[in-house]
Design a protein around this ligand. Sequence first.
Ligand SMILES: *Cc1c(COP(=O)(O)O)cnc(C)c1O
Length: 451
Amino acid sequence: MIEELSLLEKNKKYVWQPFTQMKEWVENEQLIIERGEGVKLYDTEGNSYYDGVSSIWLNVHGHQKKELNDAIKEQLEKISHTTMLGLANVPATELAEKLVQITPEGLNKVFYSDSGSTAVEIGLKMAFQYWQQIDEDCGSKDKFITLKNAYHGDTVGSVSVGGVDLFHKIYRPLLFDSLKAPSPYCYRCSFGEEEGKCNFSCIKELERMMKDHHREIAALVIEPLVQGAGGMITAPKGYLSKARELCDKYNILMLTDEVAVGFGRTGKMFACEHEGVSPDIMTVAKGISGGYLPISATLTTDEIYNAFYDDYASQKTFFHGHSFTGNPLAAAVSLANIDLFEKEEIIKKLQDKIKLAQNKLESFKELKHVGDIRQQGLMVGIELVKDKKSKEEYPWEQRKGVKVCMVAREKGMIIRPLGNVVVFMPPLCSTKEELTEMLEIIYESIVEVTE
Ligand SMILES: *Cc1c(COP(=O)(O)O)cnc(C)c1O
């Protein structure tokens, strides 16, 4: 007899969910999302929820956005996929030009892949190989400086430059070494300095590391402005441009990972723009396709590109490429996404929404267990603490962040925490009314769980 399983039973029987303890998943009620519209998700039972973290930091214009749907349909009628190994395709070519136009000065070459992690892997390999192929006595240049609390993806190379112990510790024997600079985590400053009145000791330590090790260092790998998965840790003003200066001073490449912060999330198209920084290598993913399809890009300068550009026999080829590199459907929807940024003046309209969120978040400061509120554009982290005065953390076993998110779900919003940090990262298209309602749900959920 054939067993008739419900959809949820099938899921629990066959699927291994990402970043999930499956015992907990299997033993509890779960939602299956069937469709979306605007900033709302609908489950198979017909319930609706705000998409309060943009389906993990991806969605930009909402779900079922007509222009994006149309771009995919139009491309679908032509071809879904063709390889970029030995061939080019139309949308990926057009998109490369567009990306070069909208990204910081000097990034003139686009290398595609299909996720943030692979974009970072590519950046690491490019930086490493670049130094091997230039005729300068600059040292071994085979290591990276990264930051504590950094997150650059889940593949082994990107984990090697990560700094979130909870995710990364167990894999340590598999990883290559990197030098870890302090995280600019002002609320919990590792130098005990006071926020806003500090001596930038984190930057001084970064400089000391560069000074001592620059001959070994290929690149500084950094999430500009916000360390996302590390807990929405916002760097103080000036940190990024100072890091850029240091990279120049010590002959180190700067690889900025804009996978989370890119495409408007911080209030500008790219986070680097806030401090007029042009990196040597930049990765973009997540928002690039409006959060519709998997595609990413690693952009770089002529200087780096030219270190690979030679006769085949020189053996300077960049041997890297994935099956789905430069997928035409994903490239087509990415072009439509960038068009929408321009046509709908997304960045301009964002400024009032950012202010509204800022004003609303003021009231959260009075809550007994809200220790810190970090906001950069529409990226928000609310750090819950057991004791506000001493900043004592809630023990991780209490899973306060998860509890707040589960209560929010009952109130009609999907959000996902990072430990004790409640994350709010709504689609950029959210209206002021929607933002207000979402923030009210978070406020009430925090009160319910912590008071
Ligand atoms: C999400 C993220 C990645 C990884 O991207 P995937 O598409 O999940 O592989 C890399 N870097 C940063 C900063 C991210 O936030």
